[in-house]
Write a protein that binds this ligand. Structure first.
Ligand code: NAD
Length: 253
């Protein structure tokens, strides 16, 4: 078989929607056993059924990554973890003047503490195995700052630093850690945002958002998943402690 993740076990947080969903589908197709950790049970169950129906292996777990108890309970049911994808994340719109304490805490609790909770649970077993690949979902917001995204951008900056910290501390334990920084990706989140805020002008708004990307369109979730696959596979054995923008030119052009 030429499957690229054959025999590997992957844990993917927020694996039920958007980018996480595309990663779950691709990793399963490439032979991995995929554990989908999701707040949204329905989404995770439907995706698990879909993966199994096409001959893949997957299991859904209800989990709130921001809650350490919840993470430890779920991880106690999973043995080996070869690959961890810290993908679960939420967004918030507002500059610092429009970010109250509740907003700030909510974003940091999910995006930053959620990633920490997963690392705290998974890194010890990867260390014991002497092998592991970790992928964190950052954002171009971490690299350039995005207008009106104070809490979100800074939380993704923390994710970027977590990538460096983990990569450095476990460099000699066979654990690689990298991150991806996507520009805008066409996920259900984007459609929902447009439908809610611009009813009747969906097509125009979609065009407008697409034009804010240097390449002239948003990414498809699959275009993030293909980079995730490469970074989590053994083909990327020499790659650790770096961030990879998948951004249609956003950062540099
Ligand atoms: P999405 O909202 O479509 O999916 C995120 C999933 O995470 C959802 O299924 C949700 O139920 C789950 N989730 C949320 N909070 C959770 C929690 N506490 N515990 C467990 N699961 C939880 O989002 P997406 O657009 O696919 O984004 C995925 C990641 O990529 C996020 O970290 C996001 O910040 C990042 N990102 C997205 C874009 C974009 O344009 N969509 C761009 C750059 C970075």
């Amino acid at each position: 078989s030429n499957k690229r993740l054959l025999g590997k076990t992957a844990v993917i947080t927020g694996g039920g929607s958007g980018i996480g969903r595309a990663i779950s589908l691709l990793f399963a197709k490439e032979g991995a056993f995929v554990h989908i950790l999701e707040l949204n049970t329905e989404r995770a169950d439907m995706l698990t059924d879909e993966i199994q129906a096409s001959g893949g292996q997957a299991q859904a777990h209800v989990c709130d990554v921001s809650n350490q108890q919840s993470v430890l309970e779920v991880m106690a049911r999973i043995n080996t973890v070869d690959i961890l994808v810290n993908n679960a994340g939420i967004a918030h719109v507002g500059d610092v003047e429009h970010t109250n304490e509740t907003d700030f805490d909510r974003i940091y609790t999910v995006n930053v503490k959620g990633a920490y909770n997963m690392l705290y649970a998974v890194v010890p077993r990867m260390k014991k195995q002497g092998a592991g690949a970790i992928l964190n979902m950052a954002s171009i917001a971490a690299l350039v700052g995005i207008t009106d995204r104070f809490a979100y951008s800074t939380s993704k900056g923390a994710i970027y630093a977590m990538t460096l910290s983990i990569a450095r501390d476990y460099l000699h334990h066979g654990i690689r850690c990298n991150s991806i920084s996507p520009a805008r990706v066409h996920t259900p989140f984007v459609d929902g945002f447009i439908a809610k805020n611009y009813p009747g002008q969906e097509a125009e708004m979609f065009e407008k958002l697409s034009k804010t990307q240097p390449i002239g369109r948003m990414a498809q979730p699959d275009e993030i998943a293909s980079m995730a696959l490469f970074l989590c596979s053994d083909e990327a054995g020499f790659i650790t402690g770096n961030d990879y923008p998948v951004d249609g030119g956003f950062v540099k052009l």
